[in-house]
Design a protein around this ligand. Structure first.
Ligand code: FEO
Length: 398
């Protein structure tokens, strides 16, 4: 049975929709709505394959490709990015057509050799290099750190398609493939989560690359990503959205992330949130227990926030392990232009707030005060004080 989907006269999708995927990058990234690994076959006078699929689907990929085309007729393989979710089926494919030339960046050669230890017929390409297919031509654009050093985009003339690999993607399984036939809320939830968790540290490079590509003024009919939908309806909408997100994006949101041993720190979080909302009824306030909620969803909410408060009980002279985990993720995102403070309840030594304040500073946040500590279980007066702290926090971030 043919599993491919024809996109245009010359381009056919030959990827894999993975509805079952619920974790990506090992256990590091939650994929509540699955994903796709998009691979594209271009048939002009010459034939080119762009990217493959993740390793567990390598045999299925090659079988499906054989149903679509005689493998021997593939003239060129383009690898936009060497990570295993796109190159995983390459060894299986190369066992069938070992002499087919592979076009990719010099860094992708390092990545592919490092992973597969094969001396395939590599052809390194740089920005502006082209490959003639007949009526159409491929133009390569290096895009380092969107999101790995080896990444590149490939632009196809004639049909005006940008093959952007991970950039503009989402972990979002879809049979319909196109952005105009999926649930828009779900699509943008996954797109912003993807940006927040994967691209935030490289926002400066994102802005530079987008400006560079837009300055070329190339017509774009489709943006064919390597994960999730193909942007067909108003394809540049996601490019403009990336520019907005890359400009140290923040919404009118304050997020409280906490963990709690005996609910004292939770009660403080709720009192602080009440104070924030009273002081500024226009602000969106959200609370997440880092010990219970999905870490990537929390990072997405931090991305959307102008300020955060992080709270923890004190344990072993420090803070709780779920808070340590989320702080490590937050630090890695290199967020800019966000304010913060710490809070927490304690029974004896009470260092969590001091450590959290220091670590938030190290993570690049502007820490606006020394934080708020409460000894033992908060009583009415303590909860009132926490509410006041929330109000004062709003004032201090104005
Ligand atoms: Fe989808 Fe960086 O791999």
């Amino acid at each position: 049975m043919k599993m491919s989907k024809k996109l245009t006269d010359k381009v056919t999708w030959v990827g894999k929709v993975d509805w079952e995927l619920n974790r990506f990058h090992g256990e590091e990234y939650s994929t509540h709505r699955g994903s796709t690994y998009n691979s594209y076959l271009i048939r002009d006078e010459k034939t080119a394959l762009i990217d493959t699929v993740w390793l567990p689907y390598d045999k299925e990929f090659v079988k499906n490709l054989k149903d679509e085309i005689d493998l021997e007729s593939i003239d060129f393989i383009i690898i936009n990015h060497g990570e295993i979710d796109h190159s995983g089926a390459l060894p299986e494919l190369m066992r069938e057509i070992p002499d087919t030339p592979i076009y990719c960046t010099q860094n992708a050669i390092k990545s592919l050799k490092g992973q597969y230890h094969q001396d395939w017929d590599f052809h390194p390409v740089k920005t502006g290099d082209t490959l003639d297919l007949g009526e159409s031509k491929l133009i390569f654009v290096e895009a380092p750190m969107l999101h790995w050093p080896d990444t590149m985009f490939t632009y196809m003339t004639g049909e005006n398609i940008l093959f952007s690999n991970d950039a503009f993607g989402q972990h979002y399984a879809t049979e319909s493939l196109y952005n105009d036939v999926v649930d828009k809320c779900e699509l943008y939830e996954e797109a912003i989560k993807y940006y927040a968790n994967i691209l935030t540290p490289f926002s400066r490079q994102v802005t530079k690359k987008i400006d560079e590509v837009l300055a070329l003024d190339l017509p774009v009919n489709l943006i064919c990503t390597s994960h999730g939908v193909i942007w067909k309806n108003d394809p540049l909408q996601i490019v403009h959205k990336y520019k907005e997100w890359a400009s140290d994006y923040q919404g009118n949101q304050i997020t409280l992330v906490y963990d709690t041993m005996w609910n004292a720190t939770r009660r403080l979080a709720e009192a602080i949130a009440t104070g924030i909302q009273l002081a500024d009824p226009s602000v969106t306030v959200k609370l997440f227990n880092a010990g219970k909620e999905d870490k990537n969803d929390i990072v997405t909410e931090v991305f959307k926030s102008k300020a955060i408060l992080v709270g923890s009980s004190t344990i072993n002279n420090g803070y709780l392990s779920s808070i340590a985990g989320i702080m490590e993720l937050i630090k890695g995102m290199k967020f800019k232009n966000k304010k913060a403070a710490a809070f927490g309840s304690y029974g004896w030594s009470g260092e969590s707030v001091k450590h959290l304040s220091n670590d938030l500073k190290d993570a690049g946040f502007e820490v606006v005060n020394e934080g708020h500590r409460t000894l033992w279980m908060p009583d009415e007066a303590d909860l009132k004080a926490a509410k006041e702290f929330g109000k004062e926090f709003v004032e201090s971030i104005k």
